[in-house]
Ligand binder design. Sequence first.
Ligand code: PMP
Length: 289
Amino acid sequence: MKVYINGKFFPENEAKISVFDHGLLYGDGVFEGIRTYNGRVFMLEEHVDRFFRSAQAICLKIPMTKTELIQAIVKTCKINNTMNGYVRLVGTRGVGTLGLNPYLCKKPQIIIIAADISIYPRKMYDEGMAIVTVGTVRNLPEAVNPQIKSLNYLNNILAKIEAINAGVPEALMLNSQGYVAEATGDNIFAVKGQCLKTPPTHAGILEGITRNVVMKLAREMGCEVREEMMTRYDLYTADEVFLTGTAAEVIGVVKIDNRQIGDGRPGKITRELMKRFKEYAYNNGYPIR
Ligand code: PMP
């Protein structure tokens, strides 16, 4: 594997950054996870736009244009022959002192890693997954806004630990007011009849790119899609619940807090969206040439 760092490619074991990088010392940086399908980078511009928005929110100046970054991502995929894989884009604050001051860090580091994708087992897509509500509340939007895809993922990691310790792969995180926010690395939807509901961004969530694609596909299926505050009541009483994310795509949730959701299997709308999403992903994207 060849890793991109600031315009150059390094073999995996030589791809290194400084221990004084504030990305390491403080989680001061931003990132994106991107998929390639069938020789194309899926939703590349949307990911690059979100990367720049995250950077803007933390006053991190990305030392290249969006077009240059797009070209660098495509080139990294090409060099690594990542035709059906996963790309991790990272922007760190760069080397600084041991103090917090980000303005003393002179050079942001841009890292692109093109790798294989590891997803949940096939069986979980067929049968659905179980999740639990965790005590770790999602970051407050007025503190570190979850719309910033920052390198400081401890909020999500603490929630993930709770989920794994409870014997399930994912956590349902609520916001500080007790409304449904999202999972640790995925957005959440509830289906009731032909209507889909998902929390609005002001609930304190990452505005998922998969979420937005799925909302569009669901509307094309004739479903009504609403961004609305939800409580766990809405999930417990839903016909179907599913998660969306770049890595997971669309995956049904059949148990929450040990309660069966719907008939205990991924529902009709979930399955149709899984299928349509795959088709859409395989047929759209920025060609790797
Ligand atoms: N929420 C969180 C906290 C995430 O980390 C992710 C994955 N990046 C998502 C939601 C899903 O977003 P996307 O569909 O853009 O991958």
